[in-house]
Design a protein. Sequence first.
Length: 382
Amino acid sequence: MRLAAYSDDPYARADGPVGAEMPFALFLAGLGDAADGLVLLGRVQPGHHEPLVALPDGLRFVELPWWEDLSRPAGMLRALPGSLRVFWRVAGEVDGVLLFGPSPLGVAFALLTRLRGRRLALGVRMDYVSYVTHRHPGRRSLAWIAGTLDAAWRLLARRTPTIVVGAGLAARYRRAPRLLEVWVSLVRDAQVHAPAREEPGATGPIRVLTVGRVDTEKNPLLLADILARLRAGGADWRLTVCGDGPLLGALRERAEALGVAEHLDLRGFVGPSDGLADLYRDADMFLHVSWTEGMPQVLVEAWAAGLPVVATDVGGVAAAVGSDGGLLVAPGDAGAASAALQRIAGDAGLRARLGAGSLRRAREHTLERETARIATFLAGSR
């Protein structure tokens, strides 16, 4: 089946071809290997911007007019007519359309897909209202708009096959006529491998890794508090943060205020081609502290390296972690997170059990497996 896919993530262009600002685009691009052809649609930032993630060679990308985000509705309205024209043309060239939302353009694109008589499937990868609320605290008008879009998306899903990321969203969209729960994974089959690891701290600091955008909904300032608590316990802990975002400077300042800045390694964005896999292999544990998630892809990356995980109990994380994929803590609780990391560091049996569970989960949810499941699901959509 020839497929068009859209999410409202931004794209960018420097001197070369268009690239992505979010790794999720690579997951969508992976559908090209499972479908007969893929067209990826996205809005591209104007001007010269170096993209964070390179898209695969040979992928057909169709550019949509740029608009900033939900907090600037006037820009979205200006981009709407051109976006609808481009989408109408692309929808006529494919057999089916996959739209990840909720998003303002996603609702309009869904209606155009129906008018075109093409197969339609909806995708949902986050609690949209929670995401907007945490990203724009205090903006009641944006919370109302997000709630309206979320309600519209759930209404569309009652008559449309729907793909959701994680068990939490599966429960919210259970009224869809056909429902597929998936995990977003960028890990390929050949990349699932755990290196031999020494006891944490045996030949250096105990190494904790976290990967993700340094933005409000990810709760990054909590990382400094966790590191301070770990260091206060007397052991030599080091935390590596891979990710960029508007709160990177605030995180650095928080670590300095707590006296742990020299033990916090801020790497900025680290992509798959920049040695990210080596950082996973070199770590002793993985930490994830988001306020809101569907099912974060970084957990699968950590599991592929056999890492024990400590993660906040949000969205579909608890169902994914299960009894042997990691330890869960309440969001915003630095004490619980530091205690969980200390427990893993001091218990070899627990590390072995979580490591084995991690590898099993990663093998079951590689990029090849997840995109093949989606392609099969889409082939049966109407």
